[in-house]
Design a protein. Structure first.
Ligand code: HEC
Length: 172
């Protein structure tokens, strides 16, 4: 019985060492234009979603979807996010599709996550993707304005609609 357990243990160790060596010596492609396998996609996406659900603090959005906040959010989005996530002139960004995983195109497919999760993602970014941690640039009010804008992206008041259509003035 003891040797059976040793056999199982050694097999598991060999599989783990084998997997480590395959990754370590470059047999796994990290090219963004490479199609990801269904297993990788499933494991990585569900791990990333579960991590956000577990870690995003349960916060109430402290700002209202007033016209002022939506205009401010529209301006922040237009200048900082639209290049990857789509603008009103270019709602389906080719650049956004070149990331792997691709950047969601919010102008044509509105974000449907709760505000607190969008707030968390915008502040902290998503590791190993093109999504930056914006807390380096924006204060919490600005991040909430962005989350509020994303929630209302498909039903904006006229002034926010006007703002989003202006040419971008990026300030990286
Ligand atoms: C350089 C490209 C880039 C820029 C600029 C960028 N993002 Fe992202 N973003 C991404 C990518 C790529 C993903 C997808 C990551 C993933 O699926 O793991 C993403 C994901 C997200 C998500 C999660 C969406 C979901 O459904 O899971 C949100 C929310 C988001 N971005 C908001 C923003 C906001 C707001 C800005 C501007 C302040 C911004 N992003 C700027 C590339 C970018």
């Amino acid at each position: 019985m003891r040797s059976f357990f040793w056999g199982v243990f050694l097999t598991i160790v060999l599989i783990l060492v084998g997997a480590y060596l395959i990754v370590k010596f470059g047999y796994v492609s990290f090219a963004a234009d490479q199609e990801t396998s269904a297993i990788e996609r499933h494991v990585a996406m569900s791990a990333s979603d579960a991590s956000v659900e577990r870690r995003a603090p349960v916060l109430q959005n402290p700002i209202t979807p007033s016209e002022d906040n939506l205009v401010a959010g529209a301006k922040l989005y237009r200048d900082n996010c639209a290049g990857c996530h789509g603008s009103s002139a270019n709602p389906d960004s080719a650049m956004g599709h070149a990331f792997n995983p691709p950047a969601p195109q919010f102008m044509s497919d509105a974000a449907d996550m709760p505000d607190n999760e969008n707030f968390y993602i915008i502040r902290h970014g998503i590791r190993w993707s093109g999504m930056p941690a914006w807390k380096a640039k924006f204060n919490d009010t600005q991040v909430w304005q962005l989350a509020t804008f994303l929630k209302h992206i498909d039903k904006l008041p006229p002034n926010a609609e006007k703002e989003i259509r202006q040419p971008p003035s990026p300030s990286y």
